[in-house]
Design a protein around this ligand. Structure first.
Ligand code: ATP
Ligand code: MG
Length: 438
């Protein structure tokens, strides 16, 4: 093939979604893969799919003979003319003048990307690139991409600056365990579990920052909501309190919901037979204090003592009563990391919140402690060494404003919006305790 001819072959004129808007008689070149082929004698119908949808192409004579030899899922280009169609599935069809093969698919394929023969999630993840040829799967990731853009625009519009903090770090960012460590030129390096300390330092000058980035946790969890690498949407803002952050997050989550409805993504929200997306968007998210949750749990015969964390079993009970979005506020200070501010009314409590969807935690946030002497006390109370936080603490002596922020688990939000029960469904290449490839 001459370079020129190759270039010409690659120039497609339309994606499949655009064909319905064209006039009958228009000439088109559409590229994609063969999803289906039916040979009914003198005529053949080939369904060509690309990421935007599918088209019906009608083949006769030599083109029909050629199509019979091309395996399904092969990458092809059809050159043809738009014609009216009798099919109920398509609005127009392409009467094929030429058919070119770019690359043949070698059979048998590891999974059926049309989804007619179901494969389990593990097999699908092993062949993820092929799995994404199933439009039900690719639309999750199209939605994901659109929502990330909406989130970026949302924060930029509100004066937040997008930042990129390091993922390779030299000391434990929040103190906790759960860090992956590795050899970094004869020293120990770690993978960041959150941008917490950096984003707090940055508001000293940048005032409002956000970051959308993967973070890493070496937790040995085998659940449908934990991965060892997950995408976090983190924000931090000077001169705002945790209630302001809750308002911002509620508005943002509602915006993502609205987009999900408007984009024609027809999934319902999980466990919400009685509630439509629209109901959820138009009413405020309930805000329950931690102490109210203990009362509710007591009434459901689940006794939790003040100061205890709400474990999975308790959250599942609460999630039966509050089966949509709700905030849990004012957690006991001792349950929270050292950087969370105590509550003004009761120092045993904190200025903190989680956003839940039923049992599922989506966001954790709060007002941060900006008084450096109190920060040092909190570090000591939690058995952490002040020395290993020197670089962080010194920034609090340079005129650090009061500030608040939160981290939203984007993959978990995607689980809710696409009504899928396992976080692995909404992540392209999930990393868990037993999966590190592909
Ligand atoms: P959980 O209690 O559910 O393990 P967490 O309280 O440890 O979560 P945070 O440190 O508060 O998590 O992180 C902020 C948000 O990041 C969480 O609310 C969640 O949405 C998301 N997140 C945290 N850990 C994971 C993980 N391992 N996999 C996916 N998302 C996560
Ligand atoms: Mg949390």
């Amino acid at each position: 093939m001459t370079p020129n001819k190759f270039k010409k072959l690659l120039t497609r004129t339309h994606f499949s979604k655009d064909l319905k808007n064209l006039q009958i008689g228009s000439d088109v070149r559409v590229a994609g893969w063969i999803e289906d082929f039916r040979d009914i004698g003198k005529l053949g119908f080939l369904t060509l799919r690309d990421v935007t949808g599918a088209i019906q192409s009608v083949l006769l004579g030599p083109n029909l003979e050629k199509a019979k030899t091309i395996p399904r899922q092969s990458s092809i280009l059809v050159v043809g003319t738009i014609k009216p169609t009798k099919s109920r599935e398509f609005e127009v069809e392409v009467s094929v003048k030429e058919i070119h093969v770019y690359s043949e698919a070698i059979h048998s394929l590891p999974i059926d990307p049309t989804g007619r023969i179901e494969s389990n999630l593990d097999n699908r993840l092993d062949s993820r690139a092929l799995d994404l040829r199933n439009p039900k799967i690719s639309k999750i990731f199209v939605l994901r991409s659109q929502l990330l853009k909406i989130i970026r625009d949302f924060f930029i519009l509100r004066g937040f600056i997008e930042v990129n903090t390091p993922k390779i770090i030299g000391s434990a960012s929040e103190g906790g365990s759960n860090l992956f460590s590795f050899d970094y030129f004869k020293r120990k390096g770690y993978l960041a579990q959150s941008p917490q300390l950096y984003k707090e330092q940055l508001i000293l000058s940048l005032d409002r920052v956000f970051e959308i980035a993967p973070f890493f946790r070496a937790e040995n969890s085998h659940t449908v909501r934990h991965l060892n690498e997950f995408l976090s949407v983190d924000i931090e803002a000077a001169y705002l309190d945790y209630f302001d952050i809750m308002d911002i997050i509620e508005e943002l989550v509602k915006l993502t919901l609205k987009h999900t409805i408007e984009s024609g993504y027809h999934a319902d929200l999980p466990n919400s037979e009685s509630k439509s997306f629209l109901d959820v968007v138009s009413s405020p998210f309930p805000r329950l204090s931690y102490e109210q949750c203990l009362k509710d749990l007591g009434e459901m015969d689940e006794k939790v003592n003040f100061g205890d964390d709400l474990l999975d079993s308790s959250l599942r009970k609460l999630g039966e009563k509050y089966n949509s979005f709700y905030f849990i506020t004012n957690w006991p200070l001792d349950l929270k990391p050292f950087y969370i501010h105590e509550n003004d009314e009761n120092p045993l409590l904190s200025k903190s919140f989680d956003l839940q969807y039923g049992y599922l935690e989506l966001v954790s946030g709060g007002t941060r402690q900006h008084d450096v002497s109190k920060l040092k006390h909190r570090l000591q109370d939690q058995g952490l060494s002040i020395d290993s936080f020197t670089n962080h603490l010194k920034t609090f002596e340079w005129g650090m404003p009061p500030h608040s922020g939160c981290g939203l688990g984007f993959d978990r939000l995607m689980m809710v919006l696409s009504n899928l029960p396992n976080i692995r469904e909404v992540v392209l290449y999930p990393r868990d305790t037993s999966r590190i490839s592909p």
